[in-house]
Design a protein around this ligand. Structure first.
Ligand code: SME
Length: 154
């Protein structure tokens, strides 16, 4: 999906649904990350963190660069906040958010969507964009559906 085109989130959602039904478990989460990264141009970095004890641990990711934040204490950063509250965090301007843990100099906005099992946060999807205010209610709704679908794979 590129700028100016209709953002066909439904189509990507269906592709992810199919993937989750047909791909063996060791690779499925990496495949979902890859689909998100490849399908939506404004998604500059996509990763999944798992909750392990009182930390978030980075799992599959796709983007131009690796992040140094491979382990984040719960409550720290935008990722830690979403994990602690269980609510999606949408940050239009990361430079104005004092919680922000910087990974890439190019990042301007970020969205973090918790993945829950029986209402307990077990992981999250973290997406950075190099564009300011890249994420809107369509991204939120779409990614919350994807997070729901991931629940049984984490
Ligand atoms: N920016 C995140 C840290 C993870 S990186 O974006 C990959 C945060 O503030 O928690």
């Amino acid at each position: 999906m590129t700028d100016g085109e209709f953002l066909d989130y439904k189509r990507v959602e269906q592709a992810i649904k199919k993937l989750l039904l047909t791909t063996p478990s060791p690779t499925v989460l990496q495949n979902v990350v890859d689909v998100l990264y490849d399908s939506v141009e404004k998604y500059s970095w996509v990763g999944i963190y798992f909750v392990k004890g009182n930390e978030l641990v980075l799992g599959p990711w796709n983007g131009k660069q690796a992040t140094e934040h491979t382990r984040i204490p719960l409550g720290l950063g935008i990722c830690g906040a979403a994990a602690k509250t269980g609510k999606t965090e949408l940050v239009d301007d990361v430079l104005k958010d004092t919680r922000y843990l910087s990974c890439f100099l190019s990042t301007r906005s970020e969205i973090v969507i918790p993945v829950k099992k029986m209402n307990v946060v077990v992981g999250e999807i973290d997406i950075d964009s190099d564009r300011p205010a890249a994420f809107d209610k369509h991204d939120t709704m779409f990614l919350e559906k994807v997070a729901d679908m991931l629940s049984q794979h984490i």
